[in-house]
Design a protein around this ligand. Sequence first.
Ligand code: IMP
Length: 209
Amino acid sequence: MNVSMRKRVINNMNLIFASQNKGKTKEIKSLFNGTGIEIYSLSDLGNDIDVPETGETFEENAFIKAKAIYDIYDVPVIADDSGLAIEQLDGRPGVYSARYSGENCTYEDNNKKVISELENLPEPHLAKFISHAVFYDGTKKIDCVGELPGKIILDIRGTEGFGYDPIFIPDGFDKTISELTFEEKNNMSHRKISFTQLKEKLLEYLNSL
Ligand code: IMP
């Protein structure tokens, strides 16, 4: 895509969010709400592709996803790779967060596995969520990172959110993310941090074209 074409597509403010994750998609659409930027998820496009995450870091995986979807649609893409890093588990589940207890596992399976690995270890079980957000338009790559520190509890609490939210208490709170509202999570999450930076850098890039 040449520069003027790129500018037109981005100025039309259509971006694809390269994810099949409904929880993340809801968060990202809400973050871009009011910016004039229209976010299309893969399911909006009727695409059920599952891009294999073959990278060894969040950053590599985010770019692998963004590039795979860009190569299909030739439209600017945003993507993130995110997960949970637990100090006492040397950073696990890390890039394996989605499939920590095996292929096709549920969020509950993963939460139970984490709880069983931590239950004989001393509290607090310090952890952080990490999100690497990427923009890619075939030429330009923008990469931003966001982190949300907190601790894991050995109990599954609350109904909001997804993934490890029901066992994670963010610093400064006494509730799990699943006991907070969608808005409360979306105001402070690792994705909020990484994608807010990404939005700002994207606007700078647009101005420079
Ligand atoms: P990804 O779709 O490959 O980035 O995998 C992300 C996985 O990390 C999810 O399936 C969740 O298990 C976990 N994860 C990422 N972000 C969050 C979050 O905000 N809350 C809870 N779990 C998360």
